[in-house]
Design a protein around this ligand. Structure first.
Ligand code: GDP
Length: 203
């Protein structure tokens, strides 16, 4: 796959919603490189995806009924972007959580065109048990992934340094992890270009 010359142009070009897959059979076949975004509810995922493509696309994922779907978007007909809404969401039943987790697991275990998963972490909260569960899945099925801190504008630089150090220490033992933790703020437009570069790198 040819990498785009101008990443800014690429990400601000077309971005179309393709499908919200509620079960495994609805996941569309594709040969395009794919990246997935996952994180706990309220981590700032919609804001980050919107900042990435300079459009309010991720609002789609918040439409009632779509919060338990894998939402597929196509960027510039060259890249698939998958928005995986809110894991660790407390307000749903155990059965719903189970079927959602099974769907996510099957997706990660079988998606051959998936290049990288971005696991989003709220900078104020660090790495939770639920995030570690997700990391264990990535490692079990061999998905390469990268941690992305969100809302870094909420922390002072020394606080941020401490959080990054803690996360790096806790997650060092995981083999499939990209060594660089991306630091972002959608609100202040920090780290969005680094995220763009990290995506283009794997295309
Ligand atoms: P999602 O549930 O993961 O999709 O999260 P949203 O993108 O909807 O954001 C959840 C909340 O966090 C909202 O109130 C946002 O305004 C806020 N938020 C998102 N990104 C940032 C950020 O970069 N900085 C700050 N301070 N707040 C943010």
């Amino acid at each position: 796959m040819k990498k785009p010359h101008n990443i800014h142009q690429f990400f601000s070009g077309s971005c179309e919603f393709r499908i919200g897959a509620m079960n495994y059979d609805q996941i569309p076949e594709s040969r395009l490189p794919e990246v997935a975004f996952i994180g706990k509810s309220n981590v700032g995922k919609s804001s980050l995806i919107n900042a990435l493509v300079s459009k309010k696309i991720a609002i789609t994922s918040k439409t009632p009924g779509r919060t338990r779907q894998l939402n597929f978007f196509c960027v510039g007909e060259k890249l698939n972007l998958v928005d995986m809404p809110g894991f660790g969401y407390a307000k749903v039943s155990k059965t719903e959580i189970d079927s959602w987790e099974k769907l996510i697991y099957r997706y990660f275990a079988n998606r051959v065109n998936l290049k990288k998963a971005f696991l989003l972490l709220d900078a104020r909260r660090g790495l939770s048990e639920k995030d570690i569960e997700m990391i264990n899945i990535f490692n079990a099925v061999g998905v390469s992934y990268q941690l992305v801190l969100t809302k870094i504008d909420e922390l002072k630089s020394d606080e941020l340094e401490k959080v990054v150090k803690e996360i790096a220490e806790k997650s060092r033992k995981f083999a499939a992890q990209h060594p660089v933790i991306l630091m972002t703020s959608s609100e202040r437009d920090i780290g969005i270009d680094d995220l763009k570069k990290a995506i283009v790198e794997v295309m």
